[in-house]
Design a binder for this molecule. Structure first.
Ligand SMILES: NC(=O)c1ccc[n+]([C@@H]2O[C@H](COP(=O)([O-])OP(=O)(O)OC[C@H]3O[C@@H](n4cnc5c(N)ncnc54)[C@H](OP(=O)(O)O)[C@@H]3O)[C@@H](O)[C@H]2O)c1
Length: 339
């Protein structure tokens, strides 16, 4: 019987354990996938701490992001996917395409329905995306949460064009994806972070870095680096600890993609007047649809974008991967690979 990890939302990392799951018969639209790679996200920490929206109290298989090979297809699934196809799961198993809806975001993999940290998963084929030919499972497995969030914020919401300025915060998964996509699209990026060595790993030469620990009023540096223009898009990941400087760093008519809360989720230091006088737009982003994931992977394939993977772990060492995520020394993504 295939092995799977499970944890209990709200019960801490100590609740993570390996279990065996009985193989069950497929429903018509389902496929069975042999998992090859899984990536971690900061949300996995929030889930086991009980700080994530849409909680569940039953044990779930963690991780929204996984890719693998179809090993069995249900009677209806066989029309779109075949045994041997390489696939990646979408973050929201009920949001295929089009505008977001309450129903579409009601369940997310690895939170209130099972995720991908298992040797084998059974999923609805309609919410899987086929990998572009030759794409590594690890590359695809980095995309569903962090990659799609950056993609939606940059190109669906803010509709950034080449030559625009973007500000990213830190060197984690979302920040790294944004920097890599920006590079491919000719968007100029300022990275604020705690460590220039980490930032260098996701920055080719020519990109600009400001240390937010040394420069608490880093918006001044961003304005200077952009010759007074400011950032056309701020990917707001720090939340409470960054929002004030983010709005000060924003260009006239700019966008703030409201995404994260690494420094706390209350936005009590927000200066609304900055939004008003800059006629700016603040847009809540909550990952995206399977369609956005497919669009992102097509772009990644066409432009040869490679996500930065800090470390790779075996399935057996999955607990160490979560500990590494908590330690926050990674740049970009942490990946668990299965044979
Ligand atoms: N709304 C959504 O759809 C969505 C989707 C994905 C993620 N998120 C959220 O976005 C945030 C980032 O997620 P992730 O998975 O990319 O995280 P991650 O990979 O764990 O990245 C963490 C990195 O962010 C930086 N950081 C830590 N505290 C910070 C602070 N107070 N201000 C600025 N940067 C800080 C650090 O980099 P340095 O040491 O280099 O500074 C740290 O290594 C989280 O809050 C997550 O919940 C939201």
């Amino acid at each position: 019987m295939p092995l799977a990890y499970q944890f209990r939302p709200g019960k801490g990392l100590a609740s993570l354990e390996v279990t065996t799951l009985p193989s069950r018969a497929l429903r018509p639209h389902e496929v069975r996938v042999a998992v090859r790679a899984v990536s971690l996200n900061y949300r996995d920490i929030l889930i086991y701490r009980g700080e994530y929206p849409a909680p569940s109290d039953r044990a779930v298989i963690p991780c929204s992001d996984g890719a693998g090979t179809v090993v069995e297809a249900g009677s209806e699934a066989g029309r779109s996917l075949a045994v041997g196809d390489e696939v990646v799961g979408s973050f929201f198993p009920h949001w295929r395409d089009g505008a977001p809806s309450r129903e579409g975001i009601a369940v997310s993999a690895g939170c209130n329905v099972d995720g991908w940290l298992a040797e084998e998963v059974v999923v609805d084929s309609r919410f899987l995306v086929r990998l572009p030919r030759g794409m590594a499972h690890a590359t695809a497995a980095c995309a569903p949460c962090a990659g799609v969030t950056a993609w939606v914020a940059m190109f669906e919401s803010a509709q950034l064009k080449p030559g625009a300025w973007m500000l990213v915060q830190g060197t984690g998964g979302v920040a790294m994806w944004a920097a890599r996509l920006a590079e491919a699209r000719g968007i100029k990026t300022v990275v604020i972070g705690s460590d220039p060595t980490k930032a260098a790993l996701m920055q080719p030469a020519g990109r600009t870095f400001v240390n937010y620990l040394d420069r608490p009023t880093w918006s001044e540096d961003v304005l200077q680096l952009t010759q007074g223009h400011g950032a056309d898009l701020v990917l707001e990941l720090g939340g409470k600890s960054t929002i004030r400087e983010s709005l000060r760093a924003l260009a006239f008519g700019g966008h703030v993609a409201v995404i994260g809360g690494l420094g706390g989720w209350t936005y009590d230091s927000m200066e609304y007047l900055q939004l008003i006088t800059k006629m700016a737009t603040a847009h809540g982003i909550y990952v995206g649809s399977a369609r956005s994931l497919a669009d992102l992977l097509a772009f990644v394939d066409e432009h040869h974008v490679e996500p930065h993977i800090s470390a790779r772990f075996s399935f057996r060492d999955a607990p160490a991967a979560f500990e590494a995520l908590e330690a926050g020394r990674h740049v970009g993504k942490l990946v668990i690979e299965l044979a």
